[in-house]
Write a protein that binds this ligand. Structure first.
Ligand code: NDP
Length: 471
């Protein structure tokens, strides 16, 4: 019984995390439901301090006390199934870490369940895919601070490093870690959709994938530098080995999703926080999946005659600005939601630290997360990211081109739902006056909901006897 760490679930993420932990000098025991997977894995790495076990009993016995068991299986029922089979085998004080993409409410339930039984539980979001898991992911752990202290040396050693800081810290109690991972994924949806909308405009303007590979390579050397921009440049450059054609042109335009985007939307509605960019991104995936219906509709519903007719170099600059501005909005909204939920749950979240651990390892890592980190470090009470001077200046600089790109696309019939939703938020947020006066009148008309007046103090409610409507 001398392994420092144990991991259950040897799929992509599990295997790579094990190799990462082992590479930091820890001995790791592993267990997988299907034993052959364990055997193949250990056989592939004969020289490593990895102990493969065929039974859960043997696995638990192989761990030093207090045992540290990380579960890396399919989210949902499988996590509960694994926990249930572990419970009779573990001792009080042992630590269970769920590193999958669990819904934060499940994590809260498991936190209480395991806590009541005397075990220690950490719900940790892990981002970075296969490569991140192997070389250094961004990790978002939630649970008791005292349990985090025990896990800290291992987690800090395996996490990515950005600007000299490990991309992991104790997010907060209970489900806070998985919650923040969920919003991270929502933001990832937004980033990806915004890039796709930029691509769609370029495609309509006649850019080839080869040209786009160049545009994105260039962007990745500037202020848009990010993992997603970088992989997009590589995607555009990729040729299909069979046909020699750009691979992206051969990929069917129907996107899948696993649920974190949907959960983010539900939570935003529950908290009355607007995340219109992420919302548009989730809906864009849904619309993309309706391929057959779209093909049918394309035969009967007409679009405009206009085309995007503008010098390519000019368009690149304008789309850059539209993309960057929309991205700022998406992060402003996502962080606003985290702040609202953190307050609601009394999690004591630190937005500056959260932005800081997204700078490395994870899918949304980007140069501009340094600026977000700085904005919150300068002003931890920041009301909205748009109002941090650095971002206010950028939005003011970008807004004209942002509007122009949306106009060009709209006039040419190119859908840009996330660009538009972002701009809609920006324009609404900066409007001292919105047309909700009329809305209140309508509500008072049909439902006697009352309204406040511009010429009376706030909190004083009026009602009008509106004329009767017949028929
Ligand atoms: P999968 O989500 O595909 O899960 C497969 C693993 O779960 C296998 O080891 C499988 O065992 C095990 N499993 C499934 N059902 C059960 C069960 N009832 N009892 C015991 N074990 C079970 O693996 P991934 O590596 O892709 O992801 C693991 C977790 O990490 C998931 O929560 C995922 O959402 C999350 N994640 C994944 C990322 C990725 O890029 N793939 C990125 C970030 C997080 P068996 O071999 O026996 O079938």
């Amino acid at each position: 019984s001398n392994s420092d760490f144990g991991l259950i679930g040897l799929a992509v993420m599990g295997q790579n995390l094990v190799l990462n932990v082992e590479s930091r000098g820890f001995q790791v025991s592993v267990y997988n439901r299907t034993a052959s997977v364990t055997d193949e894995f250990t056989a592939k790495h004969p020289d490593k301090k990895i102990v493969g076990e065929h039974t859960l009993e043997g696995f638990v016995k192989s761990l030093a006390s207090p045992r540290k068991v990380m579960i890396m299986v399919k989210a949902g029922g499988p996590v509960d199934a694994v926990i249930e089979s572990l419970i009779p085998l573990l001792d009080k004080g042992d630590i269970i870490i769920d590193g999958g993409n669990s819904l934060y409410t499940d994590t809260e339930r498991r936190d209480k369940w395991l806590g009541d039984l005397g075990f220690r539980f950490i719900g940790a979001g892990v981002s970075g895919g296969e490569e991140g898991a192997r070389k250094g992911p961004s990790i978002m752990p939630g649970g008791p601070a005292s349990t985090w202290e025990v896990m800290k040396p291992i987690f800090e050693s395996i996490a990515a490093v950005a600007e000299g800081e490990p991309c992991v810290f104790h997010i907060g109690p209970g489900g806070a870690g998985h919650y923040v991972k969920m919003i991270h994924n929502g933001i990832e949806y937004g980033d990806m959709q915004l890039i796709c909308e930029a691509y769609n405009i370029f495609k309509a303007a006649g850019f080839t994938p080869e040209e786009l590979a160049e545009v994105f390579t260039e962007w990745n050397e500037g202020d848009l530098e990010s993992y997603l921009i970088q992989i997009t440049s590589k995607i555009f450059a990729q040729k299909d080995p069979e046909t020699g054609k750009p691979l992206v042109d051969l990929i069917l335009d129907t996107a899948g999703q696993k649920g974190t985007g949907k959960w983010t939307l539900i939570n935003a509605v529950e908290n009355a926080v607007v995340i219109s960019t992420i919302n548009a991104a989730v809906e864009a995936r849904i619309l993309s999946s309706m391929k057959d219906k779209r093909v049918e509709a394309s035969k009967v519903l007409e679009g405009p005659k206009a085309e995007i007719d503008i010098k390519k170099k000019k368009l690149v600059k304008k789309v850059h600005d539209a993309l960057f501005a929309s991205k700022i909005i998406s992060y402003a909204q996502g962080l606003d939601l985290i702040a609202a939920m953190g307050k609601e749950k009394d999690w004591g979240l630190d937005l500056g630290k959260i932005a800081a651990i997204w700078r490395g390892g994870c899918i949304i890592r980007a140069r501009f997360l340094n600026d977000i980190t700085d904005a919150y470090r300068t002003n931890p009470q920041l009301e909205n990211l748009m109002l941090a001077p650095f971002f206010t200046d950028l939005l003011n600089e970008f807004q004209e081109n942002w509007r122009e790109v949306i106009s060009l696309a709209t006039l040419a019939g190119i859908p840009v739902p996330a660009f538009s939703a972002s701009l809609g938020y920006y324009d609404s947020y900066r409007s001292a006056v919105l047309p909700a006066n009329l809305l209140q009148a309508q509500r008072d008309f049909f439902g006697a909901h009352t309204y406040e007046r511009t010429d009376k103090p706030r909190g004083e409610f009026s009602h009008t006897d509106w004329p009767e409507v017949i028929g």
